[in-house]
Write a protein that binds this ligand. Structure first.
Ligand code: ATP
Length: 365
């Protein structure tokens, strides 16, 4: 069983200004065969987390267990994990075959015939068998990335650790490799921890997403749970593109008073926020609806500022008042034409809104 557990893992670094807490008390259980994506803004501790699992970085406190065994003090070569980097890190003077065989030759006493067989199988699996005698300089970026993956596969590890492996590829190749990686991971059924900046990767590839901010784990859940039931304002704003709109409000009874509108809550929703005065109302751009007029409850007048056509849908940047700075976004289908300066009515359906405690950032519903 390659269940990987991080138990209250913390990592601090010392620099001239003092102590930096890169990873702050993170606990997560990654199931055997699970694909976990770690996301979060730059500097939130993603790579440090991965490097601690790989053994490339000491752990300040806490425990990392693989298959129930504590691996905190095991050197990287003794951990049955294989890491794939964004930079590929291939040896330029070696062929594909030599690059893929190198790690096994150096760190195991596996017979050459078995190494050869593993390398050939992996190149076939990755569709690069024909390139096996080429050097990295004679390969495209996508082919080099496959070699880097192959080097991890031949080690037959219990865990794959991937640090932005697709970051250097163009958008089309990235999309292709995303699908290939998913198939590969399903076929090999290897527990995978995958660090990425790219939300689409995280949403489409993972069984679960772990979202970090300032070294603190904000939520670890399936992509849909993170999207529909974010734990807090940070997750709500981080997951989803364009981002969720947020409106700070003050609650009086069943009314949420925002700067530019008043939102009337139904009794059940009002009961859920009855303990909170400062409530942030969140609504995703795709949940805002066009209305015929502002006659119905929770419909408001808005002015279209700019429209960004995206083919199958359009993103409209709206304002409650043409003179106000505050903007919010709505997405409409590609056939709905909105024009800059147009006055429209928009509805915020109650079933689609998210409510957060403005002070703590925690989700209320
Ligand atoms: P990015 O997405 O930009 O790669 P990240 O989420 O992977 O960022 P980390 O590289 O894990 O973030 O860094 C987390 C924090 O730890 C940052 O504040 C970083 O500056 C700090 N840090 C990382 N490595 C060291 C180090 N060797 N010495 C001091 N501080 C470090």
């Amino acid at each position: 069983m390659a269940q990987l557990t991080l138990d209250n893992v913390t990592k601090t670094f010392q620099d001239d200004d003092g102590e930096i807490i890169a990873v702050d008390n993170v606990s997560v259980d990654i199931e055997d065969g699970e694909f976990l994506c770690v996301v979060g803004p730059s500097g939130c501790g993603k790579s440090t987390t991965l490097r601690m699992i790989a053994g490339l970085e000491d752990i300040t406190s806490g425990e990392i267990r693989l298959g129930g065994q504590i691996i905190n003090d095991q050197p990287p070569a003794r951990r049955n994990v294989a890491m794939v980097f964004q930079s590929y890190a291939l040896y330029p003077h070696m062929t594909v075959r030599e690059n893929m065989a190198f790690g096994l030759e150096e760190s195991t006493d596996m017979p050459d015939s078995e190494i050869d067989q593993r390398v050939e199988e992996a190149t076939k699996m990755l569709g690069i068998f024909d390139l096996i005698d080429r050097k990295p300089g004679e390969l495209s970026g996508g082919q080099q990335q496959r070699v880097a993956l192959g080097r991890a596969i031949v080690r037959d590890p219990e865990v794959f650790l991937m640090d932005e492996p697709l970051a250097n590829l163009d958008a089309k190749l990235k999309a292709e490799m995303r699908t290939e990686l998913q198939h590969l991971q399903e076929d090999l059924d290897v527990t995978t921890v995958y660090v990425t900046h790219d939300q689409t990767e995280a949403m489409t590839m993972s069984d679960r997403i772990a979202i970090l901010n300032d070294g603190i784990l904000q939520q670890c859940a399936t992509p849909l749970e993170c999207y529909h039931e974010p734990n807090n304002l940070f997750v709500a704003g981080f997951i989803g593109e364009p981002s969720m709109n947020f409106f700070p409000t003050t609650r009086e009874g069943t009314t949420l008073r925002a700067d530019r509108f008043e939102y009337e809550l139904g009794d059940e929703t009002a009961a859920a926020v009855s303990e909170t005065t400062n409530v942030t109302l969140g609504i995703r751009p795709e949940d805002i609806e066009l209305a015929d007029s502002t006659a119905a409850v929770n419909t408001f007048e808005a002015v279209v500022d700019v429209v960004e056509p995206r083919g199958n849908e359009n993103t409209a940047h709206l304002q409650f008042d043409a003179d106000a700075d505050e903007q919010f976004t709505m997405t409409v289908d590609g056939m709905t034409s909105l024009k800059s300066g147009q006055r429209i009515s928009v509805a915020f359906p109650e079933e689609a809104i998210h409510l957060f405690d403005t002070g703590s950032g925690e989700a209320i519903r």
